[in-house]
Design a protein. Sequence first.
Length: 289
Amino acid sequence: MRAIWKGNISFALVTIPISVFSATRRNELSFHYLHKKDMSSVSNKRFCDTEDVEVPWEEITRGYEYEKGHYVEITDEDLDKADTELTKTIQIVEFVNAEEIDTLYFDKPYYLEPQKGGEHAYALMRDALAQSKRVGIAKVVLKSREHLAAVKPIGELISLQTMHFAHEIVDRSDLNLPKKAEIPKKEMDLANTLIDSMSEKFDPAKYKDDYYDKVLEIIQMKVAGIAPQAPAGKAKAPTQVIDLMEVLKQSLKETQKKGAPTRPAASPEEEEEVGAGRAVKAARSRKAR
């Protein structure tokens, strides 16, 4: 892994040299724009609006439009001068109970690693956070933007999770939400029983991006000249209030039959797609020979 940022994490007079690493990576298919007429790739070129010529990367800089059509250049050095401390330091301003933070505020997670000489202070902060069951609320500048962040221990690691500021959370008062209602006890008991029957210990490793796999399979089929088939079935209709009790009962029966949540069996059409996928692999194997 390569560090995306190096600096210090600080609370009160304690300063620890650390490196920051991205904790997640995006797993997505990359599509290209094509000219439909001849299936050639389409390039995105950078043109100067005044000279109408293509501009190479080495001649491109960053600027801010302070009034229509007028710009001022802003360099990395300019941005560093905005707040030298925050561009070099993750500054913890207070500690809070973890359960007080609404998950709506969380954004992107990062790993923090101590630099040479900071190992002992790092371990002290990590273990103190774990024992106190507190989360550090910090401010830091990453990628030319100030972030609010949560600093918390995960096993032997200290993690940093950037957060949204309060003004970035969209006001939900305009949403048409049901008021607190008197739910019949039978419905509530049945819903709770259904939830209990579907409850398991969270294991992130058992979940995968099925849509990604399906799209990749369709790509492989088209490369092999096989027309992909649409999956059988329609989108589920919303449950009507009059049917709710019956649907809850039926859901509970289905869950009890399965014993635990499992993926539904493939339809004949899905089996056909799987078979087509095997055909793609076989065709490629023959071609390789």
